[in-house]
Design a protein around this ligand. Structure first.
Ligand code: PEP
Ligand code: MG
Length: 525
């Protein structure tokens, strides 16, 4: 059964799935045939008269111990494969016969679910799901961001959706406005078909901006780059514009495999991204696992954190597990020998964390020297500014680093104390809150003072509503969702920076959220 499941997964994933992911499925298939599993477990059943699940667990513990005792760091991590395969068999053993129904074909369907993880969303793209609706989760959750990046229409936080929507119902999912229409009448269908046509015309007009520079009316060049989760996303990015990447979220590689990934696989994956960019720059963000991005091996280890977004996430987790982090540092420094690659550290809160990162980078350098492999000794390193503490002390970070990038998704979450994946408090999530604007402004100013570039890679940069405001604040580097590239460029090309500065100064001195919203609307009209 476990082997049939793996064959099924293999046959269903898209043709452009990276070889390393296919290889990992193959290695699990090979393991399933290994007598160490079935003969070993059978011997334990005979000896102890225990059930199959238990016997398999005992055999698994023995195998894991063998891997743990190995000196080779690469082989050591292979124990994760054993755990993965054992879990799969144990699931099959525990499954009730009635749950072995034919898997539903999802192509072209709309999925209605209680909640989805970012990994589910990736799988949906492979399965060519038409759209999805979840009962929980906020629009700034990684699931929602991924859906936007992958171009899957989605609405999150629709309470009771599973009860209110019938499985056979025809649906319209309007992801722009968060509207679900069940059994639409002919007028609604006509309206939405028209909207689709209008959108196509708008896209055609924007397509004329492909490969054109982003320059304001008064001649200021603005750097526009894209956000990606996987090397495969670069194809989509190139469809919109020929830009570099200002944020590559590497944790998606781990989520797709649902386990840690060794240095070699990381190196090959990052290199594939770099080569697909054909000379354009690539900013690789180090792992940001934790909170809503978890892999199997870290689940169930100790009690659940009460407040995972404030817990062991991103750089905190990497510093707690330096052996694994070194693999990533080495992989990034190696790939930086082949082109314009920068390294970006997420969720720094104080300069001591940066000291620790620097020490680990130094250690990675020594290791790579010893191994005599090709790597870039002078890779540029930057910090994400996404915690209020970091924004307030951004000058210190700017003085120590090559660049800063503002992560507004988290910066807003932590400034306003609202969980970005909790739909109950999402109404409070507002990039225009005066406190958020002050923190963004402090960071942009700190970069200017230290003469280091400051970009913004959070969703605020991808929302055309805020483009002029950010330009007026002095932001001249945006990293955005692929499908927002041309629209943002269009706004930049139709803006006069000189005029914006004075108006934005007035907005920054304002403390009333309603007034700020009105003034921002005025900027856009
Ligand atoms: C952010 O926080 O704004 C950001 C870009 O990082 P992520 O969304 O991956 O947390
Ligand atoms: Mg973040």
């Amino acid at each position: 059964e476990a082997s049939a499941q793996l064959h099924e997964i293999k046959s269903r994933i898209a043709a452009d799935t990276p070889e390393d992911i296919l290889a990992f499925i193959d290695s699990h298939l090979l393991m399933l045939e290994d007598p160490a599993f079935d003969e070993g477990a059978a011997a334990i059943i005979r000896e102890f008269s225990c059930n199959a699940e238990w016997a398999l667990q005992v055999q698994c513990d023995r195998l894991v111990q063998v891997f743990d005792e190995m000196d080779d760091a690469y082989l050591k991590t292979r124990k994760d494969d054993v755990l993965h395969v054992v879990q799969r068999i144990q699931h099959c053993l525990a499954e009730k016969p009635e749950s072995k129904a034919e898997p539903v074909k999802l192509k072209g369907r709309i999925v209605i679910s209680d909640d989805l993880t970012p990994a589910d969303t990736l799988m949906m793209q492979h399965q060519k799901v038409a759209a999805f609706v979840t009962e929980f989760g906020g629009p700034l959750s990684h699931t929602a961001i991924l859906a936007r990046n992958l171009g899957i229409p989605a609405i999150v936080g629709v309470h009771n959706a599973r009860q209110l929507i019938h499985p056979t119902e025809q649906l319209i999912i309007d992801g722009h406005y968060g509207v679900v229409i069940g059994e639409p009448d002919p007028r609604s269908l006509k309206h939405y078909r028209k909207l689709r046509q209008k959108d196509a015309v708008r896209k055609q007009r924007l397509n004329q901006l492909i490969n054109k520079p982003a320059v304001t009316k008064d001649g200021v060049h603005i750097l526009l780059q894209g956000n990606i989760d996987r090397p495969e996303d670069i194809r989509k990015l190139k469809q919109y514009d020929n830009t570099g990447v200002g944020l590559y979220r590497t944790e998606m590689l781990f989520l797709e495999n649902n386990q840690s990934v060794d240095e070699e696989t990381q190196f090959k994956t990052y290199k594939r991204a770099l080569f697909r960019l054909k000379g354009k720059p690539l900013t690789i963000r180090t792992l940001d696992l934790g909170a809503d991005k978890e892999i199997q091996e870290s689940m169930g280890q100790g009690p659940m954190a009460h407040n995972p977004a404030m817990g062991l996430r991103a750089i905190r987790r990497c510093l707690k597990e330096p052996e694994s982090f070194i693999h990533q540092l080495c992989a990034i420094m190696r790939v930086a020998a082949y082109g314009d690659v920068k390294m970006m550290i997420p969720m720094l809160t104080n300069i001591h964390e940066l000291d620790q990162v620097s020490a680990l980078i130094e250690h990675a350098r020594e290791l790579l020297h010893q191994r005599t492999v090709r790597f870039n000794d002078k890779i540029e390193i930057g910090a994400m500014i996404e915690v209020p503490a970091a924004a307030i002390s951004s000058e210190v970070f700017a003085n120590r680093l090559d660049f800063l990038s503002i992560g507004t998704n988290d910066l807003i979450q932590y400034t306003l104390a609202i969980d970005r994946i909790d739909d109950e408090v999402n109404y409070l999530y507002n990039p225009l809150h005066p406190a958020v604007l002050q923190l963004v402004n402090i960071t942009i100013d700190a970069g200017k003072k230290a003469k280091v570039p400051v970009s913004m890679c959070g969703e605020m940069a991808s929302d055309p509503k805020y483009t002029r405001l950010l330009l007026g604040m002095g932001l001249n580097y945006f990293s955005v969702q692929a499908n927002a590239l041309l629209e943002i460029k269009d706004i930049i090309n139709n803006s006069n920076l000189g005029k914006l500065r004075t108006k934005v100064r007035k907005i920054l001195s304002c403390h009333d959220l309603n007034e700020i919203e009105l003034l921002v609307d005025k900027l856009n009209n």
